[in-house]
Ligand binder design. Structure first.
Ligand SMILES: [Cu+2]
Length: 190
């Protein structure tokens, strides 16, 4: 039974390690527009480019362009729709900009050069919330309720360390209240 618990724990640790490694290793790098890059020439279809991808948190998108003619702006959904380049949340203009997609949801980018966004130089990159699957794996090793018997006795040990302070504080308050109630009762009875 002890062996079974150890094996189970080892398996859980291994699974966790794999999940962590997978999370780190799976960050992908995407060149926006692929070989076409970030441009307006040839009317590239960035919606089509994005639709074929499954972006994840911490993936990187690279905008490659001639910085004399273009730039990259992160904008709100409304500004994306309206091609409004007047209040970008961020602007890049190196000609080779790597942007980390550090949140889930939509990331809206456009070129701020007049007319370019309206001409199609805009991209809506949606990051799926797939990473939420990883945290849910963490708690699962703990409730080893199925196995029961032998190994379970070791489990309670992590918790008692946290409890005593709060417990003692609560107890001393309760003791004080009880003592004053007793003295009050004694006074009434006397
Ligand atoms: Cu442009």
């Amino acid at each position: 039974m002890g062996v079974g618990g150890a094996a189970r724990r080892a398996a859980a640790v291994a699974a966790l390690a794999v999940a962590v490694l997978a999370g780190v290793a799976s960050a992908a790098v995407y060149e926006v527009g692929d070989k076409t890059g970030w441009t307006i020439m040839g009317n590239p279809d960035y919606a089509a480019w994005a639709s074929g991808k499954r972006f994840k948190v911490n993936d990187v998108v690279v905008f490659t362009y001639n910085k004399q003619f273009h730039n990259v702006m992160a904008v709100s959904k409304a500004d994306y729709k309206n091609c409004d380049a007047n209040k970008p949340m961020a602007t890049w203009n190196s000609g080779n900009d790597s942007v980390v997609l550090n949140t889930t949801g939509h990331h809206y980018f456009l070129c701020g050069i007049p007319g370019h966004c309206a001409g199609g130089q805009k991209v809506d990159i949606r990051v799926a919330a797939s990473s939420s699957a990883a945290p849910s794996m963490v708690p699962t090793p703990e409730p080893s309720s199925g196995g029961g018997s032998g190994g379970a006795t070791a489990a309670p040990s992590p918790h008692p360390n946290a409890a005593p302070k709060a417990l003692l504080a609560g107890r001393s308050v309760a003791a004080t209240v009880a003592a004053s109630l007793l003295s009050l009762a004694a006074a009434v009875l006397a």
